[in-house]
Design a binder for this molecule. Structure first.
Ligand SMILES: Nc1ncnc2c1ncn2[C@@H]1O[C@H](COP(=O)(O)OP(=O)(O)OP(=O)(O)O)[C@@H](O)[C@H]1O
Ligand SMILES: [Mg+2]
Length: 377
């Protein structure tokens, strides 16, 4: 039987078109994204989850391959296993960021030949990893199309473990600044007045001497092909920033209870809500012991007043054993309350337990999905 789907997170999944999961490295962004997506599909929505660098085990659990060129619907039996029934559906796109950049090159180059040349260009291969935000930006570009095409009711977007994750939304992008059009033009052969042509020949000679003619040609080719592409990307960036500011596009900050992860979450809070004016949906506190706050801990009241001394001694030992955990439970509960306050009036702060076996298998994802969607799972 389906659970109640009555949590504030369930409400978000019902109303949002895009949920972006951000946070520090290793806090559970990919796991939470997958669990949210499964949950939303169980609620009857057509969902796409886009994950970045997912584990092989997660791909196997969902029954999809990593790095396909487009989203893959989960096999029917996996959807059944996850309790997903029509009209709900779940597709996953498990991405290698480099592959995404390559796809954008294929999609937006003037011709397949141009695309091939750029992909084979050694400078492209080295430079894409260096260009700030390029990979995140291109993943988002694809997502944006899915939402515009109305292929899915909801897209859950996992992000890579870095502050760069939101750089695609910053204006003007560093990618744009680094690859300024004017710099590009200098490297381009052909056009321009006599002075420019002269400057160019000089530049070519200097480069030939410095790098050799082959590298210079590779550089020129790179700048020409990549320059065309960049024109397109920069053009779309303003449009995309507007898209990400829509009220049905929101950011969920995933964190663990460690200080490091919380500091990172705070950074993302400042970036999304305060600096970029985006819709901060709230927090998911993953692997939290706050989950156990209703569990009974050993206390004197557990024993009748006339309990024998041996029972009192046993209780005392138990209490010492449980003491550390009880203190952590109290600490995590206070933390969850603090996050709720930080999330503001309409924001959520939801706690998730740490599962003993890790969280990649379907049972674990379902447990987390239940914990996300129901008030008292
Ligand atoms: N609630 C949980 N209980 C148990 N294991 C978990 C839980 N959440 C995540 N994990 C496990 O922790 C590991 C890291 O999780 P995950 O890959 O989702 O983190 P991430 O934030 O996406 O990492 P990265 O920043 O590297 O992308 C995985 O092995 C995952 O199965
Ligand atoms: Mg991840």
């Amino acid at each position: 039987m389906s659970p109640a789907f009555d949590s504030p997170i369930a409400e978000l999944l019902r109303t949002q078109r895009v949920v972006v999961c951000c946070g520090a490295g290793g806090v559970g962004k990919t796991t939470v994204s997958a669990s949210l997506a499964i949950g939303a599909a169980r609620m009857g929505r057509r969902v796409l989850v886009v994950t970045i660098d997912p584990s092989r085990r997660l791909a196997e659990t969902l029954g999809v391959s990593r790095n396909p060129t487009e989203p893959v619907p989960l096999p029917v039996e996996r959807q059944r296993l996850a309790g997903i029934e029509a009209p709900g559906s779940l597709s996953a796109w498990m991405l290698d960021p480099q592959l995404v950049s390559d796809n954008v090159v294929r999609g937006f180059s003037k011709s397949p030949e141009d695309a091939r040349k750029l992909l084979d260009n050694p400078i492209y291969k080295n430079v894409t990893a260096m260009i700030a935000g390029m990979q995140e930006y291109t993943a988002v570009e694809a997502l944006y199309q899915f939402v515009l095409d109305d292929t899915y009711d909801l897209v859950v977007l996992d992000t890579p473990p870095s502050r760069n994750a939101l750089r695609f939304l910053e204006a003007p992008s560093r990618a744009g600044a680094f690859l300024d059009r004017r710099v590009f033009n200098l490297f381009l052969p052909g056009e321009g007045g006599a002075i420019r042509r002269m400057a160019q020949r000089l530049l070519e000679r200097v480069m030939d001497t410095a790098f050799g003619a082959d590298t210079r040609k590779e550089l020129q080719q790179f700048f020409e092909l990549f320059g065309n592409l960049l024109g397109h990307l920069n053009h779309n960036q303003a449009e995309m920033r507007a898209f990400f500011a829509r009220p049905d596009v929101g950011f969920l900050l995933v964190t663990s209870p460690t200080q490091e992860a919380l500091t990172e979450a705070r950074y993302f809070e400042g970036k999304t809500r305060d600096e970029l004016g985006l819709n901060l949906l709230g927090y998911v506190l993953n692997r939290s012991l706050a989950w156990a706050r209703h569990r009974p801990f050993p206390r004197d009241e557990l024993l009748p007043a006339d309990a024998p001394a041996v029972a009192r001694e046993a209780l005392e030992k138990l209490r010492r054993l449980a003491g550390t955990e009880e203190a952590l439970v109290a600490q995590h509960t206070a933390l969850a309350a603090d996050l709720r306050q930080r999330a503001g009036g309409a924001g959520v702060a939801w706690i998730l337990p740490g599962l003993p076996e890790g969280a990649s298998e379907m049972d674990a994802l379902l447990t987390l999905s239940n914990a996300l969607l129901t008030k008292d799972a």
